[in-house]
Design a protein around this ligand. Structure first.
Ligand SMILES: Cc1ncc(COP(=O)(O)O)c(C=O)c1O
Length: 297
């Protein structure tokens, strides 16, 4: 193929100046893609892993494993696998389901979650999602009105901030206090919130700290949310996965004080992240979210 000495692609045309190409630094670092001078925890972890000498005989324990299914000891119940396989073989579930999920699955989840609540959830209170990740996307995008802000825990789970960034939703942070078992700095909430604050996120049991909030602490969270007029997004993806003495209490128990959107998932407790099934449960017995048109049925 003739060349004119310029930079040519295999088709013979001069290579385009691709507008979507990343800045050189990020391109070279691949998985370590950075935004400005920020580096994510994941990127730092990749960097550390990449620096480990493969010939070193000492085992490296992965303390940041998000996928329990990679360990053979963690296998979901055979009954669950059988039920999914049997449902698949009926051929009845190959259709496009309703965007909010299949009614039977929503009803079953409403019943399951209600057993830990002082009131009953209905099928309409459950929205099925593609894992907890899509539940976060849905909730954050619903809340992202121009000029509003949400309160996130520090340290926290980065997906909330990432999703808020995509929607230009301002994020304000409150601290988790290590000396108090990573409890929320409740006293700070009133000083960081303003009239444009619409919600706060709590993660319980907590990622990344592993803490579990007491009934008393969650009641205080609900009281301050009510005072501020905000809703509580309770990320309960690790619900019931508790190793200490503090039992898991769903935030929905306090849904009569302030409205709660509980985010859950099959990924962790049922050890099937690849099934990509999560949910948003509206725990709001006073129907405040319905009356304020944040949700509609
Ligand atoms: C706190 C928290 N929320 C949500 C998610 C996302 O859940 P899923 O894996 O079901 O998408 C995770 C996953 O690690 C998580 O740690």
């Amino acid at each position: 193929m003739a060349t004119d000495g310029g930079e040519k692609g295999s088709s013979g045309h001069a290579a385009a100046e691709w507008r979507f190409a990343r800045a050189a630094a990020a391109k070279e670092e691949g998985a370590l893609a950075v935004a400005g001078d920020k580096m994510s925890i994941r990127a730092a972890r990749f960097k550390i892993s990449a620096s480990v000498d493969a010939r070193d005989p000492r085992p490296v324990l992965p303390l940041a494993h998000g996928d329990p299914s990679v360990f053979p000891a963690f296998r979901t119940a055979a009954e669950a696998e059988d039920a999914v396989a049997a449902a698949l073989r009926t051929g009845k579930f190959n259709c496009y389901p309703a965007g909010v999920g299949l009614p039977d699955a929503r009803r079953a989840l409403a019943e399951h979650l209600s057993s830990d609540l002082p009131y009953k959830l209905s099928t309409d209170d459950i929205f099925l999602t593609a894992g907890g990740t899509q539940a976060i996307e849905v909730v954050v995008s619903v809340l992202a009105q121009p000029g509003t802000n949400i309160l996130l825990p520090r340290p926290g789970y980065p997906n909330y901030e990432a999703r808020a960034g995509l929607h230009n939703l301002e994020v304000r942070r409150f601290d988790l206090i290590p000396e108090r078992g990573w409890e929320i700095d409740i006293d700070s909430l009133e000083s960081i919130a303003d009239k444009n604050t619409t919600a706060m996120v709590i993660i319980n049991p907590n990622n990344p700290c592993g803490s579990v909030y007491t009934h008393e602490h969650l009641a205080k969270v609900a009281e301050v949310a009510r005072k501020l007029g905000i809703l509580v997004i309770a990320d309960e993806v690790y619900g019931n996965l508790v190793f200490g003495d503090t039992p898991f209490v769903p935030m929905g128990v306090f849904g009569h004080i302030a409205p709660v959107l509980s985010i859950g998932s099959l990924s962790k407790r049922w050890i099937v992240p690849g099934w990509r099934l999560g949910w948003v449960a509206v725990c709001d017995p006073n129907k405040i979210l319905l009356n304020t048109k944040v949700i509609n049925h």
